[in-house]
Design a protein around this ligand. Sequence first.
Ligand code: NIG
Ligand code: FE
Length: 417
Amino acid sequence: MYCLYYNIGLLGGLHQFNVPLRGADLAIFPHISNAYLVTQDVKIVEYGSMQDLSADKYSFTQCVDVKNGALLPSWCDSHTHLVFAGSRENEFVDKIKGLSYAEIAAKGGGILNSAVQLQQTDEQALYELALERIRELVQAGTGAIEIKSGYGLTLDAELKMLRVIKRLKENTPVLIRATFLGAHAFPTAYKNNPEEYIKLILSEMIPAVEKEGLAEYIDVFCEEGFFSPAQTTMICEAGLKVGLRPRIHANQFAVSGGVQVGVSLNAISVDHLESMDEAAIHALSNSTTIGTLLPNASFFLRMQDAPARKLIEAGALIALASDFNPGSAPSGNMNGVIAQACIRLRMLPEEAFNAATINGACALELENQCGSIQVGKLANFFITKPIPSLAYYPYAFGSNLISKIVLQGKEIHYSSF
Ligand code: NIG
Ligand code: FE
């Protein structure tokens, strides 16, 4: 089944190679104006300039007039916590009144609050909540996503979260990667005995996750007051032994040493990076570990932003992701993420698009399937209303410019899955 998309005003993300971009290359977002694209079933089979379209080459089942809109690769969001039981807007109000993230956590709020809620919610209810969130994100242009556990913090509840993620993989058109984040916080019961919790992660949780084949990655919140660099290393090494590659929360609130731990473990990514010193930046420069920036979290927590420009200048690989979670980033909308990346992190629009598409796909190890418009890749893209330039997209940060969503070759509506 062939489908033609014609009168594309701007066809973007035409990368030839499936490698993450760094340095000056991050600012190159290959595109053509006045273009067409052909899909066959789930894949892209051809694209080019409108003047070169030979309409009788295929027998098209469907022809879509893009009416001068842009056609762009779907977002690849490589860091989310979108399985959670409930919102935490009470903490949002506490933050408005002046309490810090650490003070809220000390009051029993934060991650532990979400863990209690999640432990009390059954798998079906969690699944339905998460499915609804994915429906919303798909309409905002996301086509591939990473989802972490980490609000369970008991063997049963961690497995429950990961089973929900597995069902989401099976029942949505989104490409999903699962990450085991048992080391997200020390549960209250282990407050005075943190080593026991680490033992539980190593001796029960990781083997159970492996046995059921529930995750591709392992994550640790490497941060003062959470998991130390030594504990992070120990947990990630245990994950690596059963094929779970690390992707870790590093350098969010403090210069924690997490970046260096991630680089030395050959982590797929180190994420957050709001608190970076020269040594941490140097560790990432020319590394194959991707630095994933999460501007939603620094915005929402009123914190300093990650030093995107310094990282790009140092030759580090940069991806952008949403960090969607109920505590520090209650939005998974990647349109907002790229706008913030441009406005607050001073990334150029082309850099932001690349960081949220091809580099995000690399951070998900899905670069051979998505992240760019390429012959042979999945037809995962969105179509916009006519826009005067690529820069207009993050500039018009409050407008919903998306007019059509296509995943795996099919147009997706809110009620499609
Ligand atoms: O990525 N930093 C750790 N984890 C989340 C926050 C989780 C929460 O507050 O519930 C984050 O920001
Ligand atoms: Fe996170």
